[in-house]
Design a protein around this ligand. Structure first.
Ligand code: GLU
Length: 348
């Protein structure tokens, strides 16, 4: 009897069963949903052809690790992503992120402008919940397509507690990157997304995220930008510098009524004499001028290659030209003060 009593008293403390996270996949198109004519074709396919339900059905493992729901918001190649798409997407993400039955959000996206969308959302989504952008380099129909594992990893990440509060993340090729730092770095390789010099935040392996760093710049819930009442964004364009560069395109942008211009300068943000004259004239017209660099790494020094204080120019810090455009558009929704805009470039 005593032995029996002892046996009954010993019971294994069961691990609390964690409910599967509720994940929404918001689809926008891109190669991850692309279909080509043959399994050996990796270019010359139609982006965004495959619907989100079909994408999810192709990875049945996703339903074993999450309660997944899907929305098809757009079906476009991301080269056609524009300000209107961004506002619509950001507003939808803000609505979804507020819902109690949503733990994380995955956004499928073409890789061409994925970094810009990620940075835009990083500045305007008001939530600590994981928001993960994912794409692929090979279409869904290709041999060794990278989309299925990328999508599975993105769902893992969006449902993980490790990703909470880290801002908008980008996940492809088993890596986790910060929206601010990551850029598309190869026209074709599956490891195209890199954060050169600064590095990725971590990895995903066998269904588990591993983080080693975190973003240090302000994002999401700490951001001062609010797009909830906006129907459009201020016009900002990019002028590219090169040997022999002139001011023709810049003057056309100014004439078209642009509110800000990003100069994708050479080296540490330098410009040719004709471009300098054009930028000074643009500033006199009230256009906000931001000096960035086409190099893609490093800080553009204030009062380095140009006397920014005197010319009333702003420097982009380490943001590449396409991301500097995103931040300048948002900055111009709040202020035209170059002092304040410079502060924003050093904060986000
Ligand atoms: N240009 C297309 C896009 O950005 C395909 C590139 C891709 O998704 O990898 O959507």
């Amino acid at each position: 009897m005593g032995a029996l009593f002892c046996a009954a008293a010993i019971h294994v403390q069961a691990e609390p069963v964690r409910p599967m996270p509720n994940i929404i996949i918001v689809a926008t198109g891109g190669t991850i949903a692309g279909a080509a004519a043959s399994s050996t074709a990796t270019v010359g396919y139609e982006a965004g052809k495959i619907g989100v339900d079909q994408l999810i059905d192709a990875v049945p493992e996703i339903k074993k690790i999450s309660q997944v729901r899907a929305e098809q918001l757009f079906r476009i190649g991301s080269e056609n992503m524009n300000n209107d798409h961004w506002l619509k997407l950001a507003k939808r993400i803000n609505v979804l992120a507020k819902q109690n039955d949503v733990d994380g959000i995955v956004i499928t996206h073409g890789t061409d402008t994925l970094e810009e969308t990620a940075y835009f959302l990083n500045l305007v989504v008001k939530s600590k919940k994981p928001i993960v952008l994912v794409g692929s380099m090979r279409p869904a129909t290709a041999m060794s397509a990278d989309g299925p594992l990328n999508l599975y990893n993105a769902v893992i990440l969006a449902g993980s507690k490790e990703a909470v509060g880290k801002g908008v993340l980008v996940s492809l090729n088993d890596e986790v990157s910060a929206a601010r730092d990551v850029t598309k770095a190869s026209t074709m390789l599956v490891n195209t997304f890199r954060s050169p010099e600064l590095g990725a935040l971590g990895y995903i392996q066998d269904g588990r995220p591993y983080f080693y760093r975190q973003p240090s710049r302000k994002h999401t819930t700490e951001s001062e930008f609010d797009i909830s009442d906006l129907e459009s964004l201020p016009a900002v364009d990019v002028v590219y510098a090169y040997a022999n560069s002139n001011r023709v395109a810049l003057d056309a942008f100014v004439k078209a009524g642009v509110k800000g211009v990003i100069h994708a300068g050479m080296g540490n943000g330098s410009f040719s004499e004709p471009m300098k004259a054009g930028l000074i004239d643009a500033r006199k017209e009230g256009v906000v001028v931001v000096r960035s660099s086409r190099v893609g790494n490093g800080v553009v020094a204030r009062n380095g290659e140009a006397r920014d204080d005197e010319l009333d120019f702003v420097v982009s810090d380490s943001l590449n030209p396409q991301k500097a455009r995103v931040l300048l558009m948002l900055a111009l929704t709040k202020t035209t003060s170059t002092k304040d805009i410079q502060r924003m470039f050093y904060s986000y």
